[in-house]
Design a protein around this ligand. Structure first.
Ligand code: CAO
Length: 426
């Protein structure tokens, strides 16, 4: 079966997490993704958080499936020539170096357009144009500067970052959408274009409901926030809302059976108005269905601590899965807090390919998250990440059409070899 992006060739000049997430998605959709790495070193994540000696880390392998790897020194004259030739052969160039790094290599947008006017040149940076544009940025910096951290956590505690990598992987996802949109526009204009996504912007986009609440504050208190019911006044900025739901329905994380020993024996529970009567029946408070002090959402708002306390008395008598089963039957929205251990063992996630087992020549078998986006006509098969420079010869010969003599000359120039081999060649 043909893949959705078959025929699209990507020059993947990305490293760490944000850029590689983007190109991995495109590779899963069938793009030929050629990752350029520094000879002998490669993407820094190959050696970060290593668990198996001398094997590429899970950090690297889980972000670089379905790609080919070529090692090229961009600061070597011959190396730059190879990269420029690759630019002519590719449809998309993706990079997430520090601001200015590509220009310092001589690969300005003007030069790239000169080499290939159809090129889509996509970048992740920490910030867009403005006072912070020169900053290097990592995940948690983006979470903090994009409005996520100030609105995450409990009111009486410090700002919190989340475990989901919304700065890196979230921005990679935004960038991937920008790239396919630009590819679509190119089918009509014939021209490439610049695609940029700043991590701060990506996080703010995901924290959009909090920017909504910032403006609602000017018109009065945020009544669905727990602090309103607790009589705590609001300041001039959106506060941290604990585990309140962002959609306006009161919601909390509640203890379930076994919570004393299992840190994940919890459920999320939402007291959505249309199912209030079902909730009353399930928890054994049928009187609350008609009692004017509890029957309407407005009447319940100041009593949420008491109400969730009563619901928790009930959830603590059931496991999180029993809570789900009972509530699901009567459409009460709730969700068990699933640990990574439970997710990796979940048979339905394995069946859909969202969790996949991959074999790797130096590290052996491991689990990864597969493509979360399912296309009916373009299934994703997850192939292991490339070893450093595994496809250098293949790309020089088959993509760039260098002759055997030229490949030998390239190797002797040190353009594709690590420094030790370079010296030996000199
Ligand atoms: N051959 C030779 N040199 C190479 C090379 C190659 N194949 N590939 C990269 N380099 C060089 C670049 O030329 C550049 O050198 P100069 O600074 O001398 O111009 C350098 O490597 C690029 O490194 P960097 O500054 O991007 O890397 P860093 O580790 O110092 O910073 C990061 C990392 C992520 C903070 C920075 O790249 C960044 O801010 N990127 C944009 C935002 C981003 O994507 N952040 C997410 C990171 S994931 O948490």
């Amino acid at each position: 079966m043909t893949k959705a992006l078959a025929g699209v060739r990507i020059l993947d000049f990305t490293h760490v997490q944000s850029g590689p997430t983007c190109t991995q998605l495109l590779a899963w959709f069938g793009a030929d993704c050629i990752k350029i790495e520094r000879p002998g070193v490669g993407d820094i994540t190959r050696g970060q958080l290593m668990d198996v000696p001398k094997a590429d880390s899970l950090y690297f392998t889980m972000l670089n499936h379905n790609k080919r790897s070529i090692t090229v020194d961009s600061k070597n004259k011959k190396g730059l020539e190879i990269i420029e030739r690759l630019i002519k052969e590719c449809d998309v160039l993706v990079e997430n170096f520090a601001p200015g790094a590509m220009d310092r290599m001589g690969l300005t947008w003007e030069r790239i357009q000169e080499l290939n006017p159809r090129m889509i040149y996509a970048s992740v940076k920490g910030f867009g144009p403005g006072p912070y544009e020169d900053c290097k940025v990592y995940e948690n910096v983006a979470q903090c500067t994009g409005g996520s951290a100030s609105t995450t956590g409990f009111r009486d505690g410090p700002p919190l970052v989340t475990g989901a990598q919304i700065g890196d992987s979230g921005t990679g996802l935004h960038l991937a959408l920008g790239i396919v949109t630009a590819l679509y526009q190119r089918t009509m204009t014939g021209r490439g274009q610049r695609v940029t996504c700043a991590m701060q912007d990506g996080v703010l986009n995901l924290a959009r409901v909090k920017l909504r609440d910032q403006q609602r504050l000017a018109h009065g208190p945020l009544t669905e926030y727990s602090q309103h019911g607790e009589g705590v006044p609001f300041g001039d900025a959106v506060p941290r809302a604990g585990n309140d739901s962002g959609g306006g329905q009161p919601g909390r994380i509640l203890r379930c059976k076994g919570w004393e020993t299992d840190p994940n024996a919890y459920t999320y529970f939402i007291t959505q108005a249309p199912v209030w009567e079902a909730i009353c029946d399930v928890i054994g408070e049928p009187g609350w269905k008609t009692d004017p002090g509890y029957a309407t959402p407005k009447a319940r708002l100041p009593k949420l601590i008491e109400i969730f306390g009563r619901i928790e008395q009930w959830t603590m008598t059931k496991t999180k899965f029993e809570v789900l089963e009972i509530c699901n039957k009567v459409d009460i929205p709730c969700g068990p807090i699933l640990s990574m251990k439970e997710l990796i063992e979940d048979s339905s996630l394995r069946a859909t390919g969202t969790v996949v087992e991959v074999d790797h020549p130096t590290r052996g078998k491991y689990f990864s998250v597969g493509n979360p986006i399912k296309l009916s006509d373009s299934p994703s098969d997850v192939k292991r990440s490339p070893l450093l420079g595994e496809h250098t010869d293949e790309i020089l010969t088959n993509v760039l059409k260098y002759s055997a003599e030229e490949v030998a000359a390239i190797k002797a120039s040190g353009a594709t070899e690590p420094p030790a081999k370079k010296q030996a060649a000199e």
